[in-house]
Ligand binder design. Sequence first.
Ligand SMILES: NC(=O)c1ccc[n+]([C@@H]2O[C@H](COP(=O)([O-])OP(=O)(O)OC[C@H]3O[C@@H](n4cnc5c(N)ncnc54)[C@H](OP(=O)(O)O)[C@@H]3O)[C@@H](O)[C@H]2O)c1
Length: 301
Amino acid sequence: MVGSAIVREAASRGGFHTITADRGELDLCNQAAVFTYLADELPQIVIIAAAKVGGIHANSTYPAAFIYENLAIAANLIEGCRRAGVPRVLFLGSSCIYPRQAPQPMPESCLLGGPLEPSNEAYAIAKIAGLKLCQHYRSQYGLIYHSAMPTNLYGPGDNYHPENSHVIPALLRRFHEAKQRGDTSVTLWGSGTPRREFLHVDDLAAACFHLLSLDDPPDWVNVGVGTDLTILELAGHVARITGFTGAILTDPSKPDGTPRKLLDISRIKASGWAPQVGLATGLAAAYEDFRTSIACGRGRL
Ligand SMILES: NC(=O)c1ccc[n+]([C@@H]2O[C@H](COP(=O)([O-])OP(=O)(O)OC[C@H]3O[C@@H](n4cnc5c(N)ncnc54)[C@H](OP(=O)(O)O)[C@@H]3O)[C@@H](O)[C@H]2O)c1
């Protein structure tokens, strides 16, 4: 999802020759292949958007794969970039690098201030390692390797898989299917009260180019919208957009996770970037993407 948005953003800005490789061409867990690829291509900028990504179910079922593959992707690419003399690297982490009980909204300074949320600890540790690799390569080698920590993302190209998806694509699918079946209600996992923040992927792509334009970017910086809403409120938006008119119920017997997860985005805002895509507009576009994926039988369903 993010890689495609970055390619679209580069094309719309112009002036970039974009090089991409999918997993079939280059397995980023294969260190020798990554080193050779970078030495052959000699890019001027590398944006590390590839990762093993998933929702709470996937993270808690496959923690070994989440830590190993994400560590390998970060280490292989960052060291490969150094060896190939790549002057600029932007590594994408995630807001789940911050402690479970971080102050809200979460400033960059709360990194490593307490225990992580256990359900995605493996993923978070690998993302913290990627951020720290960039920070220490910058300090030791003088290379401008830096990181961005996006909040929850959504948009075209999202993963709509029934078990491995994040909350917005999961809700789009559930409400769409409930409407098609004529269900009278949809039951949300948990109490519906946790508050979450959602950023459209096109806003993240714009933020990446903004950060890459800075001569002295922060080692890591939060990228979010700065406001949040409850899961129940989000479900109400999704119901409206999908045309589902039944009841929205909650199931408080299921775990809720952290009550609130909101990024403090004052640092990136002060550097001259702000999100542009409102939630209602972004959700409507995401639903169109989902419907097109279903109609064409393409995408991650
Ligand atoms: N989505 C979010 O809500 C969110 C939130 C915060 C941060 N992020 C971060 O943003 C970045 C992009 O996420 P996304 O949502 O765009 O995820 P995504 O749609 O799942 O894209 C990840 C891409 O990485 C590729 N990949 C994974 N392992 C690979 C490997 N070993 N070799 C080659 N390619 C590999 C995947 O290829 P396959 O399709 O072949 O698996 C996929 O194309 C990630 O770093 C993620 O941690 C995402």
